[in-house]
Design a protein around this ligand. Structure first.
Ligand SMILES: Nc1ccn([C@@H]2O[C@H](COP(=O)(O)OP(=O)(O)OP(=O)(O)O)[C@@H](O)[C@H]2O)c(=O)n1
Ligand SMILES: C[C@](O)(CO)[C@H](O)COP(=O)(O)O
Length: 244
């Protein structure tokens, strides 16, 4: 893999098992509008970040993956770990000899195939200017309830300044490496890269992203994702419209 100055590393964690989906294969391989979820995700990423160096995290025992779904010429496969954060850390370790401390690392879930071109470009622009890092996110729109153990409301949470964390999430290589190393060693439970960086005392930037950048988690998310892809394709065919 050739490395240019100011390289953008693109880490795609795709080593999950999709327990909540409950399908016979991991959700990143389930068909969505005729192609596997992972193929959609990689295509969108490559259209927006063609210059990036891709690190794809896959389960070492994966028997579903097909290299034909990877639109990048230059890419590497990395074994995933037990948790998503372990998979991302494995990728950071794998590129350690080639990455500079200030290189941008962008992490995007394989399970988010509807991310839009315009959001990907906007986030990259923000990332080039933000010293800490940034992530796509959506302000919470619903009224939020905190429940007890019996699904009865304990109280209503204020939704003021409450956001859904999406991906991509991007940080400079050294900061992300040190943040993940810290949380993994100290056992702080995290579900995204921003949480690791927060644990070091930093405040990544929330960049408003589209609400249709959904993460395929449960079976009905596949139905929603198909509708989203169809709607996006239709709007991108409208005269004068840019790519979604
Ligand atoms: N050990 C893991 C766990 C998750 N992921 C990836 O991280 C993304 C988001 O994780 P999630 O939606 O939780 O996926 P799963 O772990 O597959 O789902 P579940 O929790 O239902 O098993 C997915 O693209 C998934 O493949 C990963 O690379 N390595
Ligand atoms: C990283 C992420 O996509 C942000 O929403 C998400 O946290 C990963 O999913 P999980 O279901 O919380 O593991």
């Amino acid at each position: 893999m050739m490395k240019a100055q100011g390289t953008i590393w693109l880490i795609v964690p795709a080593a999950g098992r999709g327990t909540r989906m409950g399908a016979t294969q991991p959700k990143q391989y389930l068909p969505l509008a005729g192609r596997p979820v992972l193929a959609h995700t990689l295509e969108r990423l490559c259209q927006a970040y063609p210059e990036a160096c891709l690190c794809l995290c896959l389960d070492a025992r994966d028997s579903w993956f097909d290299t034909a779904w990877v639109p990048y010429d230059d890419w590497r496969r990395v074994d995933g770990g037990d948790e998503r954060s372990d998979s991302v850390m494995q990728a950071l370790e794998a590129i350690a000899d080639d990455a500079d401390d200030d290189d941008l690392v962008i992490v995007h879930d394989a399970a988010r195939p509807c991310v839009s071109h315009s959001d990907l470009l906007h986030l990259k622009t923000v990332l080039t200017q933000d010293p800490i890092g940034a992530l796509l996110a959506a302000p919470v729109a619903d009224t939020m309830k905190r429940a007890d153990d019996h699904s009865r409301i304990r109280y209503t949470e204020s939704r003021e300044r409450l956001w859904h964390a999406l991906t991509p999430q991007g940080f400079r290589y050294r900061l992300l490496y040190e943040a993940l190393q810290y949380v993994l060693r100290s056992g702080v439970p995290i579900t995204d890269e921003a949480s690791a960086v927060e644990a070091l005392g930093y405040s990544p930037q929330l960049v408003v992203g589209r609400r249709d950048n959904l993460k395929i988690t449960h079976p009905d998310d596949l139905v929603m994702a198909e509708l989203v892809l169809a709607a996006q394709a239709s709007s991108s065919r409208q005269p004068g419209s840019a790519l979604t």
